[in-house]
Design a protein around this ligand. Structure first.
Ligand code: HEC
Length: 141
């Protein structure tokens, strides 16, 4: 009897740990069913497959930019600030950079010469060198 009790305790503890490690996936969208996932689903799979964003990784800042880009170019409507926060928090927490994030871009100074340079491109590059074209965003951006 005591053995049976211990055995079931071990089983219960085991399943509790497994549940913590593995977030169940929604069979329809493949999204991790945790936090505000339904808010994200309701807003983000109307126009395209969830794969469009599930294969992306990003910090809160990256996901925030994605939403702005969606609003400018994808037709996503203006969101209530609380809804926007829920979406960004969910995406960054569950689809954050992790270990497999893309490497940082190579600095321009280390890039090889452009083999497809056109006259217009050369002119723009010369202007950049002369300091006539800003290379960094204005301060405060
Ligand atoms: C009103 C329609 C619409 C809604 C709603 C929408 N999107 Fe999009 N989304 C688009 C369109 C259109 C594109 C393709 C844009 C392009 O390539 O110029 C796109 C592309 C994307 C991409 C780029 C995928 C890739 O690999 O190129 C991501 C990421 C994305 N959407 C995320 C989201 C997220 C997150 C939401 C929810 C907040 C969302 N979208 C809601 C219309 C929408």
């Amino acid at each position: 009897m005591r053995f049976l009790f211990l055995f079931s305790l071990v089983l219960i503890l085991h399943s509790a740990c497994a549940a913590e490690e593995q977030i169940p996936l929604d069979p329809v969208t493949g999204m991790k069913m945790t936090g505000d996932w339904e808010i994200v689903r309701n807003h983000c799979i109307i126009c395209h497959s969830p794969k469009t964003f599930l294969q992306q990784r990003g910090t809160e800042s990256t996901w925030g930019d994605t939403l702005v880009w969606m609003q400018k170019h994808g037709g996503l409507w203006k969101l209530e600030p609380a809804v926007e926060k829920s979406i960004i928090t969910y995406l960054a927490a569950n689809y954050g950079p992790g270990d497999k994030f893309r490497r940082a871009p190579i600095p321009l100074s280390l890039m090889p010469a452009n083999p497809y340079a056109t006259e217009a491109r050369l002119e723009a590059e010369a202007k950049k060198k002369a300091g006539l074209i800003p290379t960094a965003p204005p301060a405060g951006k």
